[in-house]
Design a protein around this ligand. Structure first.
Ligand code: IPE
Ligand code: IPE
Ligand code: MG
Length: 239
C-alpha cells in the first residue's frame, strides 16, 4: 500500500452513494436483501477506515426520497437492517468518539427505527473525533424545498430580512448546516449520476466513480479514490 501519510487527512468530508447491493446479490443468485445485508458490513468497515485515513465527516446515502418506490418488502428489510446496524455499532461509535447525525425527512423514518436512531444520536452528541452522517429518506430537492419553507416562515415572522438572504444564510437552513461541503463524492456500481444526493453541497466536490459494487468495496478502492483526489487540481472557477 502507498504511503499512508500521503493521503491521510486529504479528504475531510467524504460522501458516498452506496450503490449496487441488488446487483451484487443477483450476480450471486441471491435475493436483493442479501445484498443489503452484505452492504451493511461494508459500512462498518468504512467507518473504521475513515478514522485511519483522517476523514472527519463521512456522509452515507442510505435511503433516498425516491427509494419509497421500491417494493414494501424490500423497504421493510432496509429499515430493519438500519435498526440492527445501529444496535450493533452504537458501542463502536461511542468508543471511536464518532457523533451520529441524520439528514433527511426524519419524520418519514418508521417509528421503531427512529427511536433507536434518536437514542444513538443522544448518546454520541458530544463526540468530537468524527461524524457519521446518515442520509435517510433524503433527497436534495426535498432538503432545498424544506429550507425554503423555513426561510419563508422566518421572513414572515420577522426573524430575517429578505435582503439578507445569501448563500451562507441559506446553507444554515439545510440539514447539513455546520458541516463543510464534501471534498470527495464516491459512487459505487458504475452509475454516472447523483440521484438527488446533496445537490447544493456537491457543487464543487470531486467525483470518483467505480464499477465495484458496494458490498465488494474495500480498503484498496478507498485508497485509490483518495489517491485520485490528491492528484486533482481544484480550481473553483479560477485559473
Ligand atoms: C444501494 O443498492 C442501496 C440502496 C439504494 C438502499 P441498490 O439496492 O440500489 O442496488 P442496485 O442498484 O439495485 O444494484
Ligand atoms: C441512490 O441509489 C440512493 C442510495 C444509494 C440510497 P439508487 O439505486 O436509488 O439510484 P438510481 O435509482 O440508480 O438512480
Ligand atoms: Mg441502485
Amino acid at each position: 500500500m502507498d504511503n499512508l501519510a500521503d493521503i491521510k487527512g486529504a479528504v475531510k468530508h467524504l460522501a458516498i452513494i452506496m450503490d449496487g447491493n441488488g446487483r451484487w446479490a443477483k450476480l450471486k443468485g441471491l435475493k436483493r436483501t442479501e445484498g443489503h445485508k452484505e452492504g451493511a458490513k461494508t459500512v462498518r468497515k468504512i467507518i473504521d477506515l475513515s478514522g485511519k485515513y483522517g476523514i472527519k465527516y463521512l456522509t452515507l446515502y442510505a435511503f433516498s426520497t425516491e427509494n419509497w418506490r421500491r417494493p414494501s418488502s424490500e423497504i421493510t428489510v432496509l429499515m430493519s437492517l438500519l435498526k440492527e446496524f445501529l444496535e450493533l455499532n452504537r458501542r463502536t461509535l461511542i468508543e471511536k468518539d464518532v457523533k451520529l447525525k441524520v439528514i433527511g425527512k426524519k419524520e418519514d423514518i418508521p417509528a421503531v427505527t427512529r427511536t433507536v436512531l434518536q437514542s444513538v444520536i443522544n448518546e454520541t452528541k458530544n463526540n468530537k473525533s468524527g461524524q457519521l452522517i446518515l442520509a435517510l429518506c433524503y433527497g436534495g430537492r426535498e432538503e432545498i424545498t424544506h429550507a425554503v419553507r423555513e426561510v419563508a416562515e422566518d421572513v414572515k415572522n420577522g426573524k430575517i430580512k429578505t435582503k439578507n438572504i445569501d448563500e451562507k444564510l441559506f446553507s444554515s437552513y439545510l440539514y447539513t448546516s455546520e458541516i463543510p461541503d464534501p471534498d470527495l463524492m464516491i459512487r459505487t456500481s458504475g452509475e454516472f449520476r447523483i440521484s438527488n444526493f446533496l445537490l447544493w453541497q456537491l457543487s464543487y466536490s470531486e467525483f470518483w466513480i467505480t464499477d465495484t459494487l458496494w458490498p465488494d468495496f474495500d480498503e484498496s478502492d478507498l485508497v485509490e479514490a483518495l489517491k485520485s483526489f490528491k492528484n486533482r487540481k481544484r480550481r473553483y472557477g479560477g485559473v
